[in-house]
Design a binder for this molecule. Structure first.
Ligand SMILES: NC(=O)c1ccc[n+]([C@@H]2O[C@H](COP(=O)([O-])OP(=O)(O)OC[C@H]3O[C@@H](n4cnc5c(N)ncnc54)[C@H](O)[C@@H]3O)[C@@H](O)[C@H]2O)c1
Length: 323
């Protein structure tokens, strides 16, 4: 006799490792937009964790959200559809993202050890910085296929770029296709040659003589420096990244095959950095080809070289810790 089909699985669960500013803002966005049925928060600071879960729970009782929020362990998190890692030491004013590396690699290790083995269909989304390097090491530490480990990368920088172009072109940010690629950090670059508004190349949509090298440099510096400026003013960035990370979770849960610049492993470059990708329930469904001009290709190659150097340094550091 044929077996009945398996019962339809209604529960969708997203675990957030790290209940600080970014983790709690992401949780709030997930429940506000009812992106999943359950959010599991994990953090070693028990009082903070309990406070965040209670406060977030209060936000669900008004009837706007069907999402339940609870505290859990790393082990509970390992059964979730998506595991978002926001746990990390905070970037201090004036500190580069790469300075955070040693501290955050140790935290990353302490997260993956108790989670093993992770549900084979889970997607791991890295948010903590330096996100490209942590995504590289999370691939090895998680034991999951490469396509299931990704980082938010330059998706936030790209959102900031769209915001700035939207202001200048007086067109909704959602109508602008323009990507910041490479490292989420100093090694990022704007793929100007492929930027468009609707189907029109960017230079034809802005007022005449607007897209000069000086303006491009000004926009790039605005995009690159945004995080630092916000951290200087309020101590962290949380709403922008919370919103961007929640959107990525939605694309995964709804298997939407949306194209976004995300950090994932680039075999020909030997590191993780942001390039456009199609994202869905399997994580990185496929890389999206993008044509770069010669200058942009140069930026990409030197960004990858720099990231590989950091990875080599971190691998040495990890070896020394083991010995
Ligand atoms: N990728 C991006 O675009 C982006 C944007 C903003 C912030 N960030 C990064 O996100 C990270 C978090 O920032 P934040 O402002 O929320 O910091 P935060 O200090 O407010 O929160 C971090 C939390 O992680 C927790 N934590 C530490 N070790 C843990 C572990 N082993 N398991 C679970 N939780 C653990 C801490 O207790 C803390 O509550 C930082 O690395 C920051 O640089 C990235």
């Amino acid at each position: 006799m044929a077996h009945p089909p398996p019962p339809h699985r209604l529960k969708t669960s997203i675990a957030i490792i790290g209940a600080g500013d970014v983790g709690s803002t992401l949780a709030y966005t997930l429940l506000h937009d009812s992106i999943c049925t359950e959010v599991i928060m994990v953090d070693p600071k028990k009082e903070l964790l309990e406070g965040q879960v209670r406060d977030l729970g209060d936000a669900t009782y008004g009837g706007r959200s069907g999402t339940r929020v609870r505290a859990g362990t790393h082990r509970d998190a390992s059964h979730s559809d998506i595991i978002v890692i926001t746990a990390g030491a905070k970037q201090k004013e004036g500190e580069t993202r790469l300075d955070l590396l040693t501290r955050n690699l140790a935290i990353l290790k302490s997260i993956f050890e108790p989670m093993k083995p992770i549900n084979s269909t889970s997607i791991v989304l890295l948010v903590a910085n330096p996100v490209d390097i942590l995504t590289y090491f999370a691939r090895e530490m998680s034991g999951l296929p490469e396509s299931q480990v990704l980082g938010t990368g330059t998706s936030l920088d790209s959102a900031r770029l769209r915001g700035e172009l939207s202001r200048r072109a007086e067109v909704a940010a959602s109508s602008i296709d323009a990507y910041v690629l490479g490292e989420h950090g100093d090694g990022q670059f704007i793929a100007w040659s492929s930027a468009s508004i609707g189907t029109t190349p960017l230079h034809l949509t802005l007022p005449p003589n607007t897209l000069t090298p000086a303006t491009k440099a000004e926009i790039a510096s605005h995009t690159r420096g945004a995080a630092g400026a916000i951290i200087a003013a309020k101590g962290c960035t949380s709403f922008g990244i919370g919103s961007v990370a929640a959107s990525i979770c939605k694309y995964i849960i709804f298997d939407s095959h949306t194209v976004r610049p995300l950090s994932f492993f680039q075999p020909e470059l030997g590191c993780c950095l942001s390039m456009p990708a199609v994202i869905g329930r399997k994580g990185i469904v496929r890389a999206m080809r993008i044509e770069l001009d010669e200058e942009e290709r140069g930026f990409l190659v030197s960004c990858a070289e720099n990231l590989r150097g950091v990875i080599r340094g971190a691998e040495e550091g990890l070896k020394e810790v083991k010995e």
